[in-house]
Design a protein around this ligand. Structure first.
Ligand code: NAP
Length: 254
C-alpha cells in the first residue's frame, strides 16, 4: 500500500519579498520564510532598520537582502517589484492604525489609513501578481490583515473598514489569479506586542479587554504568525486560496 506524503513546508530555491519586514509581524514573516530556506528581500521605508534586520538575519546564516520602498507610492513600488523579479512569495505586512471613536474620525486620518492598509495593499498585491504571471510562476501572495477584518473593535471603525476591505480584494484576486497558479490569502492576527500596538498596550483598560477576549488566555506573540506564513507560502497550502488564516486565540469564535 502506498501511503500519502505530506507536501513540503520547506522553501529552498524560492525567493520571497516581505514588505514591512523590518519590524514586528513582518520581521517574523521574513525570518520564518528564510528559516524555511527562502531568499528574502525585506522592504520598508527606513533603510537603517532594514540594514539592521538584514545584518541580524545574515549573522544567523539566513539569506536576506533589503530594498527601500513605500507601498503608498504605487507606481515606483510597482517598478521596484518588477526589478526584483523573479520571486515566488510576496508578503505585505505594512500597515497603519489611527484609532479614535468613530464620531471623531477626521478625513485626513481616514485617508492616511486607507492609503496604506487598502490602496497600498491592493496595488502591492497587484504588482506582485503581475510579476508572478509575467514570469509564469505559481506564487503565493499573503497580506497581513487582522482579526479586525472579521469583527469590530472600539475606536477602530476606520482600521476595521480597511481590513474588511482587504479580505474582499483578496477573495476577488484569488478568483482571477487562480488560472495562473497564483494564490492570494491573508493572515488575520489578534493583538501582538509590536511598535504599532505600543499605545494600546500602554492602556490597562485595553489590556483587560484583550485578555478577556482571547480565549487561550494570553496576547499574541510574533512567533504565533511564523508557522502560518510558512504554511501559506509552501506547497503544503497548494490548494489554499481566497481565504484568511485566523490566528486570534479564539477572539472571533465568540
Ligand atoms: P510595525 O511593527 O509597526 O511594522 C510595520 C512595518 O511596515 C515596518 O517594517 C514599517 O517600516 C513598514 N511600513 C509601514 N508603512 C509602510 C509603507 N507605507 N511602505 C512600506 N513599508 C511600510 O507593525 P506590526 O504590528 O508588525 O503590523 C504589521 C501588520 O500587521 C499591519 O498591517 C497591521 O495592521 C497588522 N496587524 C497587527 C496586529 C498587532 O497587534 N500588532 C494585529 C493584527 C494585524 P517603515 O516604517 O520603515 O516603513
Amino acid at each position: 500500500m502506498k501511503l500519502p506524503t505530506t507536501p513540503s513546508l520547506r522553501l529552498e530555491g524560492k525567493r520571497a519579498v516581505v514588505v514591512g519586514g523590518s519590524s514586528g509581524i513582518g520581521l517574523g514573516c521574513a525570518v520564518a520564510l528564510a528559516e524555511a530556506g527562502a531568499h528574502v528581500v525585506i522592504m520598508a521605508r527606513r533603510s537603517d532598520l532594514i540594514d539592521q534586520m538584514v545584518a541580524a538575519m545574515q549573522l544567523k546564516g539566513l539569506l536576506a537582502e533589503g530594498a527601500v520602498a513605500d507601498i503608498t507610492d504605487v507606481n515606483n513600488f510597482a517598478a521596484l517589484i518588477a526589478r526584483l523579479r523573479p520571486f515566488d512569495i510576496f508578503v505585505n505586512s505594512a500597515g497603519l492604525a489611527r484609532h479614535t471613536p468613530a464620531l471623531d474620525t477626521k478625513p485626513n486620518d481616514f485617508d492616511a489609513v486607507m492609503n496604506v492598509n487598502l490602496r497600498g495593499a491592493y496595488f502591492a498585491a497587484q504588482a506582485a501578481a503581475q510579476a508572478m504571471i509575467d514570469d509564469g510562476r505559481a506564487g503565493s501572495i499573503v497580506t497581513i490583515s487582522s482579526q479586525m477584518a472579521i469583527v469590530g473593535g472600539v475606536d477602530r471603525a476606520v482600521y476595521c473598514g480597511s481590513k474588511h476591505a482587504v479580505e474582499g480584494f483578496t477573495k476577488a484576486m484569488a478568483v482571477e489569479f487562480g488560472q495562473h497558479g497564483v494564490r492570494v490569502n491573508t493572515i488575520c492576527p489578534t493583538f501582538i506586542r509590536t511598535p504599532m500596538t505600543e499605545q494600546t498596550f500602554s492602556r490597562p483598560d485595553r489590556v483587560r479587554w484583550i485578555e478577556e477576549k482571547i480565549k487561550l488566555g494570553r496576547v499574541g506573540k510574533i512567533e504565533d504568525i511564523m508557522g502560518a506564513v510558512q504554511f501559506l507560502a509552501s506547497d503544503a497550502a497548494a490548494l489554499v486560496t481566497g481565504t484568511a488564516l485566523v490566528v486570534d486565540g479564539g477572539w472571533t469564535a465568540e
